[in-house]
Design a binder for this molecule. Structure first.
Ligand SMILES: Nc1nc2c(ncn2[C@@H]2O[C@H](COP(=O)(O)OP(=O)(O)OP(=O)(O)O)[C@@H](O)[C@H]2O)c(=O)[nH]1
Ligand SMILES: [Mg+2]
Length: 242
């Protein structure tokens, strides 16, 4: 009888130990993923040239309304809720004297980058559009696990280029830029020679980058209450991030 009691005591102790190990393991796993998420950064940086529509889409996302906006001189910061997670959006001014200053200020906490393009004027401004994107991607490539969305805006305008056309003209322009920028670097500083966007000896391809790049189209215009707002592709991308 005594031996039976001892056996069941032993079993209870073993079950207790297994449970305790299990709880410790679960705690460690939860802690690991929390730390990993923290180190990834929390912010989504909204970048692009002036007039591409960053502040318009920012106010639409944060305040659910469209207001006429003027060129930004400081960043706008706000939070949106996606599937019960909070995402912090930072709208970086596109003015050429301000863009890198504010980008650098928020870069260390970047989790994802949106590069907004005015699809109506992109062909005319291609040199600037490609150069700013090139410079951003060069820094993004030095960070880990950054998602990039190239967001082609103003699709409501009949003169807007599609995201496929924009992708093709960007590839051509970045290909040219890579040659000029690399030779500039080689003549000025030989230590930075290793920084090269994409694969050397091969035409530039967005798929060769370490970061995950996607293209999307949107429109955030509202004229005389006539709504042409379409941000579905952006919202789908947000869902994949959380
Ligand atoms: N047709 C059309 N116009 C748009 C759209 N989105 C924004 N705009 C207009 O584009 C202009 C510039 O928009 P902003 O949001 O101020 O541009 P931004 O990128 O914040 O510019 P900066 O602050 O100078 O960097 C405004 O007149 C907007 O009304 C759109 O989807 N379609
Ligand atoms: Mg703005």
């Amino acid at each position: 009888m005594e031996s039976l009691n001892e056996d069941s005591d032993d079993q209870t102790t073993i079950v207790g130990i297994i449970l305790a190990i299990f709880v410790v393991l679960i705690t460690l796993v939860v802690f690991y993923f929390r730390q990993k998420n923290k180190s990834l950064g929390r912010n989504i940086l909204l970048t692009g040239l002036s007039d591409s529509g960053k502040t318009t889409i920012f106010t639409r996302l944060i305040h659910s309304k469209i207001v006429e906006s003027y060129t930004s001189i400081i960043e706008n910061v706000g939070e949106i809720r996606v599937n019960n997670s909070l995402l912090k959006i930072v709208d970086i001014p596109g003015h050429e004297r301000l863009r890198y200053k504010f980008y650098e200020k928020h870069r260390s906490s970047m989790r994802a980058l949106i590069y907004m393009i005015n699809s109506v004027t992109v062909q005319k401004e291609i040199r600037d559009v490609a150069e700013y994107l090139y410079n951003l991607l060069m820094t993004v490539e030095t960070q880990k696990n950054i998602n990039v969305l190239i967001l082609c805006n103003k699709m409501d305008n009949t003169l807007a280029k599609s995201s496929n056309v924009i992708k093709d003209i960007l590839v051509k322009e970045i290909n040219l830029l890579r040659t000029t920028k690399t030779s500039e670097l080689e003549t000025t500083d030989s230590s930075t020679k290793k920084l090269y966007l994409g694969k050397q000896g091969k035409t530039f391809d967005f798929n060769d980058l370490n970061c995950k790049i996607e293209f999307a189209e949107c429109s955030t215009h509202e004229i005389n209450s006539q709504k042409t707002v379409d941000i579905n592709q952006l919202e789908e991308w947000f869902k994949k991030l959380v």
